[in-house]
Design a protein. Structure first.
Length: 578
């Protein structure tokens, strides 16, 4: 038997060229069939089938084949000039390694992926006969598929993984498998080192006391750090979809600590993660809880009103609370309202609208047999909204490359999930996201009182994130067209979290303001003034413009020294409950 000889490099290059040339010949033949007068489209008597052989579809197919042919020609002739990459591809962090550009094979793999992805999304956009919501759902699904099929997600098509595997003798894959098995066991993707942070030590560490506890929330009052404080205290309502300490991260990032240092008496509500005892909790209960916290602070500090902040879903609820107070002629309990990335008109609520179909709602109901929805489901939903960054990036780095998890406080918070009352969550998705009832006067009621947001005259500060994928800026802007009172709209750089949690000391991002009376977000942006850095000082100036009166930071301004006795040290019990 003749001895087998391994192919030389020249042999491999020759056969690669032969295969490439064969592919090029097939592409050229395909292009010929797409020319007017040739192929199936020109056959007499053949019916025109939309999406198959209509002129527009054939033109798009011709473009795809032509681009594919060009790609193969560049692969077979590496010395030829390649076109400039589109901006979104040139900045794609998945392909930052030099091998994706310098190695002809991996450059071809990368460019083939971009070509297929671009044409797939173009074909979805070009589809006709679909309702706008259906097309958006299809595009969302196509984008998710495109992100999942990236060659960077697979060991054999990612040059970094191949190099790492050779370098470590496969140890990276074993370590990555260990990471993956651990995530499967906990039912949740890990984003950061779980041992780097601890609640009460380097997260949620601003000194204070729990001064009120109900079955739904704990009320925390923070210890003043200034001799004088604003006479009007501040009550913060964070979203109960997540832990409250997004506003009290590490000390240098804490919005709460910053407010305390600016001479504000700060209270925050820490919501209880849902369990079987909360199976019957509805939206009315959260509105009642906000009013309860406002009343408790007014009574404890003997003040007529408070400033309030509502973040995301708690901001939506705050709008309903103010409408209820207005209907009851009690609006004067609130001196001002600030909304962080909150929505009241959900007609342009972005990709989350893809999760309120009848099938999705039925699935959520089936996942809640004990009356509450496991927080890991919501974590997965939010991860899917940014799958490239929050899913596949970690598949590559931690499963394939076997990297250790880096400490990141914001991602630690992101993975610290909370459970949701199932009845409330379903009604919220149905009444607000799907049916958009909150902006229809009288369509929703709280405790038997119809809600009308147009009656809200409370001075409002409305903050939106330019790159927010959960509460799109255009959706948040709609709030400015509904409230009747004076308001200030600020568009912050970055997104749903980083756009809010942006301490002045870090000198990151920017924000835009426009004092003109404009109708649309586009008009706002066109005439806006840009300011570098954090918008927090702008908000503080606005808050002081409402009422700048100050008093000594003593007596009831010290947690536990007023009518509300201290129950335990902050951050309390509910934030730690799982």
């Amino acid at each position: 038997m003749p001895e087998f000889e391994s192919p030389t490099l020249a042999d491999m290059q020759r056969w690669t060229w032969v295969l490439g040339r064969a592919q090029q010949m097939m592409l050229e033949q395909g292009l010929a069939t797409m020319r007017p007068g040739d192929g199936a489209a020109a056959m007499p008597g053949m019916p025109i089938v939309p999406g198959f052989n209509d002129p527009e579809t054939l033109a798009r197919a011709s473009d795809f084949w032509r681009d594919s042919l060009s790609l193969w020609q560049r692969f077979l002739n590496p010395g030829s000039d390649a076109p400039e990459a589109a901006d979104n591809h040139a900045r794609d962090r998945r392909f930052k390694a030099e091998a994706w550009r310098d190695n002809p094979l991996f450059a071809w793999i990368r460019d083939s992926y971009f070509l297929i992805a671009d044409h797939m999304l173009k074909n979805v956009d070009a589809m006709t006969g679909l309702e706008p919501a259906q097309k958006e759902q299809l595009r969302f699904a196509a984008k998710g598929f495109v992100d999942a099929m990236s060659p960077s997600n697979f060991a054999l098509t990612n040059p970094e993984v191949i190099e790492k595997t050779i370098e470590t003798g496969g140890e990276n894959l074993l370590k990555g498998l260990q990471h993956m098995l651990a995530d499967m066991a906990r039912g949740q993707l890990t984003h950061t080192d779980s041992n780097a942070f601890e609640i009460g030590r380097n997260l949620a560490a601003t000194p204070g006391k729990v001064v009120k506890r109900t079955p739904l929330y704990e009320l925390i009052q923070y210890t003043p750090t200034t001799d004088k404080v604003l006479a009007t205290p501040l009550v913060i309502f964070p979203p109960w979809i997540n832990r409250y300490y997004i506003l009290d991260l590490t000390p240098e990032k804490s919005f709460i600590r910053w407010c305390v240092d600016q001479g504000i008496t700060v209270f925050v509500v820490s919501w209880k993660s849902a369990d079987t005892s909360m199976a019957d909790v509805m939206w009315d209960d959260y509105v009642a809880a906000q009013i309860s916290a406002i009343d408790a602070v007014c009574d404890a500090l003997d003040v007529p009103d408070v400033h309030v902040i509502g973040y995301c879903v708690a901001g939506t609820t705050l709008a309903a609370t103010l409408a209820l107070l207005a209907a009851r002629e009690q609006a004067d309990k609130v001196a001002s309202a600030t909304y962080f990335t909150a929505q009241v008109d959900f007609s342009r609520a972005g990709d989350l609208l893809n999760f309120v179909t009848d099938d999705q709602l039925a699935m959520i109901a089936s996942l809640s047999p004990d009356g509450f929805l496991d927080g890991r489901y919501m974590a997965l939903t939010f991860n899917l909204l940014r799958g490239r960054d929050l899913i596949w990036n970690y598949v590559t780095n931690n499963y394939l490359l076997g990297h250790d998890y880096a400490p990141f406080d914001l991602l630690h918070w992101n993975g610290d999930t909370t459970n949701l009352p199932a009845k409330w969550h379903l009604s919220y998705l149905t009444d607000l996201y799907r049916d958009n009832l909150l902006v229809k006067p009288g369509a929703l009621s709280i405790d038997g009182t119809p809600l009308d947001l147009t009656r809200v005259k409370t001075p409002s500060y409305i903050q939106a994130g330019r790159e927010d994928h959960i509460a799109p800026a255009e959706s948040v802007w709609k709030m400015t067209r509904i409230f009747a009172g004076p308001l200030r709209f600020v568009l912050a750089g970055s997104g749903h979290i980083a756009g809010v949690v942006n301490p002045p000391a870090q000198q990151k991002y920017q924000y835009w303001t426009n004092d003109a009376d404009v109708e649309t977000l586009e008009e706002f942006v066109a005439g806006a003034s840009e300011t570098r850095g954090s918008w927090w000082p702008d908000w503080l100036g606005w808050l002081r413009s409402i009422d700048a009166a100050e008093i000594d930071a003593r007596g009831a301004r010290i947690p536990g020294k007023g009518r509300l006795a201290a129950i335990e040290d902050a951050p309390g019990t509910y934030v730690r409950a799982r």
